[in-house]
Design a protein around this ligand. Sequence first.
Ligand code: RIB
Length: 331
Amino acid sequence: MKKVTMLDIAKMAGVSKATVSMVLSKHDQSISEETRNKVLSLAKEMNYIPNSLARSLSTKKTGTIGIILPDITNPFFSSIARAIEDEASLLGYNVIFCNTDNETNKEEKYIKLLISKLVDGVIFIAGGESENSVKMLKHNNIPFVLVDRYIDTHEEEYGVYALNKDGVLKGIEYLYNEGSRRIAFVEGPKTLEISRQRLDGYKYSMNKYGLYDERLVFSGDFTIDGGIKATESILQKTTNLDAIFYSNDAMALGGIKVLLKRGFKIPKDIRVLGFDNIELSEIFEPELTTIAQPIYEMGKQSCKLLIDVIDAADVENKQIYFETELIIRET
Ligand code: RIB
């Protein structure tokens, strides 16, 4: 079955191919209402599908953006991806999702793929030491926006971020005001700037209260299993804790499982605080108290910013920072 072309529609409608092209590309101001309607109804009736490659060659755009994510199984990233796709769709763009499992070689593989697919731009959430990945985007003149995870390229890049350190300050202040003094902290992957920012917030605020003890800082990896392992280590190496502050919700939920199995009452025996406010945190039992990032808004704004960059529109701020919010629940 031959693919329907604009010439086929033109013949059926008794008009020129140029007229069909103007109607289908909505450059049809000079075309009569009758002819426009005839062409559009024939195109629908004949199941005409535009040749996107031909359109790209003429407009030098594909109407497609790439999203590079480090871990699609973490609800933080699936939620932010959802927001980006919603906004991209509203702005007339398709999306190609790339999940890198925090692996730099996968990041670079996907960047090459997106470049070969002639995407108009990329939203990049780095998985770790991703300086070279960003260099690849820059060297190929691919418009990009960094989201959530800051990468130092020694230049001011377009980016959308949460105020991580400030969020941890809010969390420690809350726990302190609730009477917690011995507060353990589970950090994120050491390769990430956001992990350093959150740990910095913990150190700063615990020092402010005269409570900082480096033996209460434990390594984590932003996964549920990482939260389980960190909590087992905490219970092995510490006593009389008042609270555990996890650098993200996934680890906090893993930690709660361990604490409940060990017979702890939450929050009576020990408080638990997370960071993100993923949907699961509200329906988990007990419901997680956490520092909320405005995940959906961050995704939406990152997409708007990227499309502005693609359209070479005036951009007021190259970097957008979002406040976090303390969400008090049951832990
Ligand atoms: O839960 C995943 C974590 O990694 C979040 O805190 C988010 O900030 C991302 O960087």
